[in-house]
Design a binder for this molecule. Structure first.
Ligand code: WT7
Length: 661
């Protein structure tokens, strides 16, 4: 059998859970056995966390794979579960959201106040002719109204489609058209990098191209001047004047809850469809299990934007269904200063922090002294999501933020999976820096070769999911065929191999000697060097393990002798000078460092020292563009790039740099 994906790195550091945390953990080791014994009974028990208006008849209907139905016949209301029931249980005065605007203005919203706002918004949506089954586009900054709008849609059975507030007219218009949305909820603007940033002009242009839109509901956030059309209604003149009484009706467990478009780093966006009962069951359970949430005492903060699935599942639906108190922050981490996050952790006494590797590496680049100036002793659990976290970034996070006390949960999942799938449990797992460790109880993940055979420990291959899970996507909106082709046709029954339906996540992974899982990035990014499949993640992590490196991106560029050759783009840490000779010396040192860490096969042909890397708006490195640069081609599609000036800088540097050896 030929090697599917090389396993080059090895990691021997391991961190068992703190004893006190383990003793009081919400979920203990028995959960794995319990779920393995009877997976469906396990998920049925987790569904009992929720309040159902009508109990289900069947946990899972998998008779028409890969189209799953969970909790068949059950009925519930999502907003009732996230808001009303906490108020009815006497927790109306508990803070749901400590909101902090970028300029420093704040709002404190209790569960009772949230109920009022969601009820008013539900009444307004109904008045505007929006009903169960209709689609609503939400294009808002990180303000409480974003969560209120989502919950109001859920409350009346309308399906929301949140479009990230940084996306263009074209992106918004195509998403409105694909979902055939009736209403847009937006704002005049939001604060970003110290100034108001307008949203309404983008909506105006998109709506002009969108015949399906009947009304536009506009939150006044910045007070900036806005153009007005007869479709526009102010939020404060409608929602805030509406009746606060609204009785939530139950909906079927498979009622569509939301569509969220994902493009990954390439391709036409796919409208990922999530439904009601299974989705809420898994996000509620995983939020409780993975973050060990103690709703009475914890202050939780997820730094994602509500426009991504992380914001849907772990700002809105997971935490609120669990009655959590959370921080929500409008702005960027460097406004007014690079200490903003640590100032907020200190101010609100945040105990659970959930963020992304791109941010952790940025903080590394900015320097250790910034968090060192703050009291972070309230923190007890740290989370990471969105990309593989390099072992050294993990160690930096543990030491400088967690002060060597807090377990780190590296959570692997996708827009498509809806909720966390692979992660340590903070009271159970002895974690390894850079590994997402093991599938959660009730989840079946595996690493396979190209024949769908499970690879042995120590081997690498493709990450797959072998059993349906409650919060799985149900289809791609309006395109069942693309759903089948994209996720189910590579392995198993959908590929004509056997009867088992196997979901292919698109990621490479390996199992270490203990069977722990290491994510190796998208398989499209894997490099083929002299006949070896090498993951970009391993080479990037080797580079980041050098004390001078904060961040690295690696691509395979066409090479006449080796097929592909490794080209690395590296951002040095804050204290490193990259000018002139120091740069050249560092360059040679880094190439040797990789060769020593992973073996000579992984030695980069060329290293570019750069100030920034091209990233998507959600912080993922766009290796495709770097490959264009490395192969000296003109750039491909740059529309999802966060900052397009970055590419000009990198291309200019590449033209003047010389290849070595
Ligand atoms: C892709 C999904 C999950 C919410 C945010 C991203 C990568 C995500 C990890 C992790 C390694 C990760 C994968 C995955 N990814 N989390 N902990 N370790 N890789 O959602 O935009 O749908 O992206 O992000 O490649 O397939 P998404």
């Amino acid at each position: 059998m030929s090697e599917t994906l090389a396993n080059l790195s090895s990691e021997s550091r391991q961190f068992p859970p703190p004893e006190a945390l383990a003793a009081a953990a919400n979920v203990k080791a028995e959960a794995y056995e319990e779920a393995a014994g009877d997976r469906l009974a396990f998920w049925a028990k987790q569904a009992d966390r929720l309040t159902w208006a009508k109990k289900w008849d069947q946990v899972l209907d998998w008779s028409n794979p890969p189209f799953a139905k969970w909790f068949v016949g059950g009925e519930l209301n999502i907003a009732y579960n996230c808001v009303d029931r906490h108020v009815e249980a006497g927790r109306g005065d508990k803070v749901a959201i400590h909101w902090e605007g970028e300029p420093g203005d704040t709002r404190t919203i209790t569960y009772a106040e949230l109920l009022k706002l969601v009820s008013q918004a539900a009444n307004t949506l109904t008045d505007l002719g929006v009903g169960a089954g209709d689609r609503v586009a939400i294009y808002l900054p990180m303000i409480p109204e974003a969560a209120v709008a989502m919950l109001a849609c859920a409350r009346i059975g309308a399906t929301h489609s949140v479009v990230f507030g940084g996306f263009s007219v074209e992106a918004l218009a195509t998403r409105i058209a694909d979902a055939d949305a009736k209403l847009v909820i937006t704002a005049d603007g939001g604060y970003r990098r110290g100034k108001p940033s307008a949203l309404k002009p983008t909506v105006d242009e998109a709506v002009a191209k969108s015949p399906s839109i009947e009304n536009v509901l506009v939150v006044r956030r910045t007070g900036q001047e806005v153009a007005w059309t007869d479709k526009d209604k102010w939020w404060h003149e409608t929602v805030e004047q509406a009746s606060p009484e609204h009785k939530a009706q139950p909906f079927d467990a498979e009622h569509p809850l939301f569509i969220l478009y994902t493009s990954g780093t390439t391709g036409k966006p796919k409208g990922i469809l999530h439904t009601t009962g299974g989705y809420l069951t898994q996000v509620s359970y995983t939020h409780d299990a993975v973050f060990d949430l103690k709703a009475d005492t914890d202050v939780y903060w997820c730094t994602a934007d509500i426009g991504w699935v992380t914001g849907h599942s772990y700002i809105v639906y997971g935490p609120l269904s669990n009655g959590a108190t959370q921080v929500m922050y409008e702005g960027t981490p460097d406004t007014p200063g690079r200490d903003r996050f640590w100032q907020l952790v200190d101010k609100y006494k945040v105990s659970i922090l959930y963020t992304a590797p791109t941010l952790i590496r940025t903080m590394m680049k900015w320097g250790d002294d910034i968090p060192a100036g703050y009291d972070l002793s309230s923190l007890r659990i740290l989370g990471s999501v969105g990309e593989p976290i390099n072992p050294e970034a993990w160690m930096w996070y543990r030491k400088n933020i967690g002060r060597d006390r807090c377990p780190i949960v590296d959570t692997w999942w996708q827009t498509e999976t809806g909720g966390v799938m692979i992660s340590p449990l903070p009271g159970v797992t002895a974690t390894k820096p850079g590994s997402a460790m093991t599938p959660l109880p009730g989840i079946t993940a595996d690493v396979v070769d190209d024949q769908a055979q499970s690879v042995p420990n120590g081997g690498g291959g493709f990450l797959v999911l072998r059993d349906p899970w409650p919060s799985m996507l149900r289809t791609i909106w309006g395109d069942d065929k693309r759903f089948l082709d994209t996720y189910w046709s590579r392995f198993g029954a959908g590929a004509g191999q056997g009867d088992e339906w196997i979901y292919f996540a698109g990621d490479g992974a390996k199992k270490d000697e203990d069977g722990a899982l290491w994510l190796l990035g998208r398989v499209d990014d894997v490099m083929l060097v002299s006949g070896h499949n090498i993951s970009t993640t391993e080479v990037e992590s080797a580079l980041v393990s050098h004390p001078s490196v904060a961040e690295a991106a690696v691509v395979g560029a066409t090479d006449p002798t080796t097929g592909q050759a490794i080209v690395a783009f590296v951002i040095p840490r804050g204290n490193v000078d990259i000018e002139g000779d120091v740069g050249d010396q560092l360059n040679a040192e880094l190439r040797n460092h990789v060769s020593k860490t992973l073996g000579p096969i992984a030695k980069p042909r060329q290293i570019m020292l750069v100030a920034e890397l091209p990233k998507t708006r959600s912080g993922k490195i766009m290796r495709r563009l770097l490959k264009d640069v490395a192969e000296r081609r003109s750039l491909g599609d740059v529309t999802t790039l966060q900052d397009s000036a970055v590419m000009d800088l990198i291309s200019a540097g590449m033209k003047t740099s010389k290849s070595e050896d």
